[in-house]
Design a binder for this molecule. Sequence first.
Ligand code: 9WO
Length: 237
Amino acid sequence: MSWRGAVLTLFPAMFPGPLGQSLAGRALATGLWALDVTNIRDFARDRHRTVDDTPFGGGAGMVLRPDIADAAVASVADDRPVICLTPRGQRFTQADARRFAAGPGLILLCGRYEGIDQRVIEARAMHEYSIGDYVLSGGELAALVLLDSIVRLLPDVMGAADSAAEESFSSGLLEYPHYTRPAEWQGRRVPEVLISGHHAAVAAWRQTESERITRERRPDLWAAPASPTHPASATSS
Ligand code: 9WO
């Protein structure tokens, strides 16, 4: 049984979008994963297909109705976890992507308006995830990001190069700088060690650069507690 994603959205035409291209698209076409897209508006009950209403307590914006959102979730609910994408969610990480890739799939509720009624989030035990500290127009772009990060981890989807990238990030360090031909470009030369043919020296340079860049740009990652997938911080000074 392949990995199954289900997206609940007011904008079904946004899917599969970029996930229909490249590695993810090829995997979708060959059945390595599947994506069901459901239009939340199909569960509206009035002839105007209304799915939102004004917020209790007043204020700007509208709120996605709990009964409509729940009917949409119920139409796809099974053993898969249900998540919703919101600015206030827990920050999504590579570890989350790996965990979801190891499961049966995922149901993603994409909010719009000012938000989703809290009661359906609680009733469906949804976990809220954020992909960063900014407000988008809705949850759809975040859902595409999550799905891409998960699908590329599924067996037989990504190539060896992607596996290497996954491994390096899983070390808790950021990627070292990359170079390719020409050896000199606009007067800028490639670091000599990389054209030395000395594999141990190249490996050492790459580790040093990963640690330097992580220390400089992501002190939070650098300070993360040592763990089997984060050996780097075990060596940190
Ligand atoms: C809309 C709005 C309108 C008037 C007053 C206040 C308001 N807040 C919002 C709002 O936050 N809308 C969100 C839109 C509701 C949930 C879905 N939307 C969303 C998800 N925007 N950004 C995200 C998101 C998801 C994951 N990671 C980062 C951002």
